[in-house]
Design a protein around this ligand. Structure first.
Ligand code: SF4
Length: 98
């Protein structure tokens, strides 16, 4: 058993900063009534936990905190479930390594 302290993703994400581009989210979820399997998978795979279910059972995204890893893009953009683009210049994640 290792004596190294456990590293939690949440602790590392804490160092990042995010400049919100109000009104211009760089990830959008296609309107739907019942989420596709791809959309549902985003609830588990997004490391920043940007996706969640609303009270109506639809998947929503809040891009605040998105680290632009592209995981959701690979999974759900080809199926048309989301639209993904890079944030406009000056907006989005600012990585701090500490
Ligand atoms: S790009 Fe990565 S961090 Fe951003 S919403 Fe998609 S899965 Fe989450």
């Amino acid at each position: 058993m290792s004596s190294e302290p456990a590293v939690r993703v949440e602790d590392k994400l804490y160092y990042n900063r995010y400049l919100v581009d109000v009104g211009n989210p760089h990830v959008k979820v296609r309107a739907h009534t019942t989420p596709s399997p791809q959309l549902l998978s985003l609830l588990k795979v997004c490391p920043a936990r940007c996706y969640e279910l609303n009270d109506g059972g639809q998947v929503e995204v809040a891009v605040d905190g998105c680290i632009e890893c592209g995981t959701c893009r690979v999974i759900a953009e080809p199926t048309g479930d989301i639209q993904w683009s890079h944030p406009r210049g000056g907006y989005g994640v600012l990585f701090k390594f500490g």
